[in-house]
Design a protein around this ligand. Structure first.
Ligand code: NAP
Length: 458
């Protein structure tokens, strides 16, 4: 299907098209419609250079925007997703175009964008799960959270992930918030997800899941965990799951932390939240979630699929985490590693430590910039991207002089018969999802079929 610019931007675009005629505008391409991309757009919208404003094209691989807010945030955390209202406000500002269903490298190259725009901002995040690098990691049902999270969040590229919940025991590796999200999703009673936007196929599977014991393992002490305390504090509130932490493990962590001086506020809050979990009355229910520390995964064992995982038990000596020489084995049918992410590498860019090589967000001496996780690695909460993107935009602005006058990307996409999705098209998908959800009392029912999405987008 080939759409012309008028078909793609039928109404709201009139206003936009007239602004396009103002040649004395800087034209900026933002690649990736996640939080970092939107916050970069927002910073540009409130800036100008000698009275010249910025026209922004946000190019997104999927027909749907919002990045991790749609496909990363856990479905039982709807409040976090309300930031999408900010994104939609940014999208209605003059000079902003969403150009969805267009993939960098497949439909248009970075070089072409660099030639066309005054500056290019890469906001493509980190989508590849880091590897444990241990034997057995490739067995069936050993899965990265980088695949599992978008699976339960209805990301069209992950909907066919093979995951088997037929064993009673699941293990989650990592002591960060993604590990907590995954462990909670596996340990809660799926009826708690019935009124959320969890993918229907995932909900069906979770309802039939045999998992009743979920064990989360951190390789260092509880005082080193990367969790944030609000995520820990909500665990004992789970209605159908008992959460366990060994009380002795937390008091030892508190002692170690205080022996190094005053305990930093975030670590103190984490340890208090974990002590509260350890001492909380248990409900006596059959669903159990246990948090363990000082355990490094050594090997995953099984005949063709996960059956067991072996850990080295560690201790903290002179502030260093070292193996004790002892090991521990857990029989389990599913292992999910939530140990961080790296960027998916794209041609024409240099990567270091899983991120795009950059200096304060600028790539070399070019007018190409990078924001968000692709710039700084997978850290911080959604709001962290606001200040981060805004700093990069200041740098970008300081390097711009005279606007270019070059071809419109829509002409190039049309000439290549590429079906692109506008803000209007996305709004139609959004409305269809929300109406399907209304009938069921859910915030939305996410569409996972690309053709169906394109159909709703008109
Ligand atoms: P993270 O916070 O960096 O945690 C990664 C965890 O993996 C750490 O405990 C790390 O341990 C462990 N790890 C790394 N390599 C390992 C290995 N080889 N073996 C065993 N453990 C290993 O990353 P994340 O959980 O992916 O989260 C990414 C970002 O998103 C974070 O900033 C997080 O706060 C944010 N997030 C926020 C929310 C929320 O606000 N609700 C939800 C999800 C994610 P070491 O410390 O020992 O390296």
């Amino acid at each position: 299907m080939r759409l012309t610019a008028n078909e793609v931007f039928p109404k709201g675009n009139r206003r936009f098209k007239s602004s396009r005629l103002r040649v004395a505008e800087f034209r900026i391409a933002i690649i990736g419609a996640g939080p970092a991309g939107y916050f970069a757009a927002q910073a540009l919208q409130s800036a100008e250079i000698d009275g010249k404003k910025f026209a922004i094209d946000m190019i997104e691989k999927l027909p749907t925007p919002w990045g991790l807010v749609r496909s990363g945030v856990a479905p039982d955390h709807p409040k976090i997703k309300s930031v999408s209202k900010v994104f939609e406000k940014i999208a209605t500002q003059e000079g902003f175009r969403l150009i969805g269903n267009v993939e960098l490298g497949r439909d248009i190259s970075l070089k072409e964008l660099e030639e066309m725009y005054d500056a290019v901002i890469i906001a493509t995040g980190s989508t590849v799960g880091r590897k444990l690098g241990i034997p057995g990691e490739e067995l069936a049902n050993s899965i990265s959270a980088a695949d599992f999270v978008p699976w339960y969040n209805a990301h069209p590229e992950y909907k066919n992930l093979e995951v088997d919940f037929s064993d009673q025991v699941a293990v989650v590796i990592g002591a960060g918030n993604v590990a907590i999200d995954v462990a909670r999703m596996l340990a809660l009673n799926p009826k708690e997800l019935d009124l959320t936007d969890t993918a229907q196929y995932a909900l069906d599977k979770l309802h039939n899941s045999a998992i009743r014991e979920v064990h989360l393992f951190g390789r260092r002490g509880a005082e080193h965990a990367a969790f944030t305390s609000p995520e820990l504090r909500e665990l004992p509130k789970l209605e159908y799951t008992d959460v366990f932490i060994d009380e002795g493990e937390i008091s030892a962590a508190q002692q170690r932390a205080s022996s190094a001086g005053e305990i930093p506020k975030d670590i103190k809050a984490n340890l208090e939240a974990m002590a509260a979990i350890a001492t909380a009355d248990k409900k006596g229910v059959d669903r159990k979630l246990s948090l363990h520390f000082l355990s490094t995964p050594l090997e995953i064992k099984g005949e063709g699929r996960v059956e067991e995982i072996i850990f080295s038990l560690n201790e903290v000596k002179d502030g260093q985490v070292v193996p004790t020489g002892k090991t521990k084995s857990i029989k389990c049918g599913l292992v999910i590693s939530a140990i961080g992410y790296r960027c998916l590498e794209m041609p024409g860019l240099i990567y270091e430590s899983g991120k795009i090589k950059n200096t304060d967000g600028r790539i070399g001496a070019s007018n190409t910039y990078v924001v968000g996780w692709a710039k700084r690695g997978p850290s911080g909460v959604i709001g962290t991207n606001k200040s981060d993107s805004s700093e990069v935009i200041k740098l970008l602005i300081s390097n711009l002089t005279t606007p270019k006058n070059s071809q419109d990307i829509l002409e190039i996409l049309s000439s290549r018969n590429i079906t692109y999705i506008s803000q209007k098209g996305w709004e139609q998908i959004n409305n269809a999802e929300i109406s399907a959800g209304e009938a069921l009392g859910k915030p939305r029912v996410k569409i996972t079929d690309m053709q169906e999405m394109l159909g709703f987008a008109g």
